[in-house]
Ligand binder design. Structure first.
Ligand SMILES: Nc1ncnc2c1ncn2[C@@H]1O[C@H](COP(=O)(O)OP(=O)(O)O)[C@@H](O)[C@H]1O
Ligand SMILES: [Mg+2]
Length: 387
């Protein structure tokens, strides 16, 4: 297992989170449509890559990152093209004759077969549903995994308006509930912004209430230890059990990404300074260096700027996070006072709710006290945003 800190990981670089994998298979095998809920960088995309590369017998997975898509027909065109590449339809005589009738006019036949190009005007939702139905008796089940789906919804709302956004959600729902499909086709949706947050602004929660939520929790301490143990084989120095414990305590919110980042920084520091052995103070310095890497954390800040279009909402949230970064915690009273200051008494709970959902803060230990999930993000915020 190699240290990876940028893209989603796959193959040997993926630490197999047994509990999580078993959980998602339970949901898939009992026929659920799933909404994976987790903040950015928690490992959603890597998990989907894993499913795609390691399907159980009789399952076929399709993965599509929909982030750049901004209209409904385009969305379904991209899904159609992906479906045409899967072994779910390969060899299906019915699909073949369907395609004979609906040949793409501008033919694009790549290594993966037929593709419908941008300029071809079809009703792709209808086409998708027909292609899927043509294979509905196949022994395989198809799981369609859609990454960054809430981004697509936001794009559609921004470019075409809220009604189109609702329509898009409705179309997805109809597809999930089509009686001829529901035994053979399942969907997994995910994305780094909360789908519920976007959908509830549209008053359209009923369009997604059939999805089963799966949370991705941080690693358990034993899992984190095991992951470090596997990564360590590629490091040029020893790390004792107690030093690993020290690192994990500093990381606290044990998501694989922070473990990777910390080890990477330690590796760089070791290379630069060639110390005889690793000590706590070297680990401390590796963490300091890690915080200097703006690009790892900047997104937590810019994302808020983009998501909170009203600058007053943004200022409220920023001040809340500034305070929590400086004092370690912020109480519900203090938050209420802030809401009064910004005249946001009506909606501040929603804003706090999205901060929790998006993985900034939690109030798990004490209902009235909020703190950052990650001390690393807290320190970064204090240094780079609050001051
Ligand atoms: N199972 C895993 N094993 C090893 N590293 C992981 C794993 N899951 C996530 N990571 C680390 O987290 C980073 C982000 O993972 P990614 O799947 O892109 O998260 P998300 O899609 O939730 O933003 C990866 O670059 C990698 O460093
Ligand atoms: Mg991702």
């Amino acid at each position: 297992m190699r240290i990876q800190t940028g893209n989603p990981v796959s193959g040997d670089d993926f630490y197999k989170r047994q509990h999580l994998i078993a959980r998602i298979w339970d949901l898939i095998e009992s026929g659920n449509h799933v909404l994976i809920a987790a903040p950015r960088r928690v490992g959603k995309t890597s998990l989907m890559y894993y499913l795609k590369d390691n399907p159980k017998k009789n399952f076929s997975f399709l993965f599509l990152d929909t982030e750049s898509i901004n209209n409904e027909n385009e969305f379904f065109r991209r899904v159609v093209n992906k479906v045409l590449q899967t072994d779910f339809i390969k060899g299906s005589q019915k699909v073949f004759s369907f395609l004979e009738k609906h040949k793409p006019t501008i033919k694009k036949v790549g290594p993966d077969g037929v593709e419908f190009g941008v300029r071809e005007d079809h009703d792709y939702l209808d086409m998708l549903s027909r292609i899927l139905k043509a294979t509905a008796c196949a022994e395989k089940k198809l799981v369609i995994m859609l990454d960054e789906f809430p981004e697509t919804l936001e794009n559609i709302i921004d470019d075409e308006g809220e009604n189109e956004g609702r329509h898009f959600l409705q179309s997805n729902r109809e597809l999930r509930h089509d009686r001829e499909l529901c035994n053979n086709v399942q969907f997994i949706y995910t994305g780094s912004i909360g789908l519920e947050n976007v959908v509830s602004k549209l008053n359209a929660i009923q369009t997604i209430n059939d999805l089963t939520r799966l949370k991705i929790p941080p690693l358990q301490t034993e899992e984190a230890n095991e992951m470090i143990y596997m990564l360590k084989t590629n490091l040029p120095f020893e790390l004792s059990k107690s030093l690993i414990g020290y690192m994990l305590e500093k990381i606290e919110w044990l998501i694989p990404f922070y473990i990777q980042l910390a080890l990477q920084e330690l590796k760089f520091l070791y290379r630069d300074e060639k110390p005889k052995s690793i000590t706590k103070s070297i680990i401390d310095r590796a963490f300091d260096r890690m915080l200097e890497q703006r690009n790892h954390f900047e997104n937590w800040h810019t994302r808020l700027r983009k998501a909170l279009k009203a600058s007053n909402d943004y200022n409220f949230v920023k001040e809340l996070l500034n305070i929590a970064s400086e004092k370690d915690t912020i109480t519900s009273n203090e938050i209420f006072n802030l809401a009064v200051k910004y005249k946001l008494e009506d909606i501040y709970k929603d804003l706090v709710g999205s901060l929790i959902y998006d993985g900034y803060i939690n109030n798990e230990e004490d209902n009235h006290v909020y703190r950052y999930n990650s001390p690393i993000l807290r320190m970064w915020w204090r240094k780079n945003v609050a001051n």
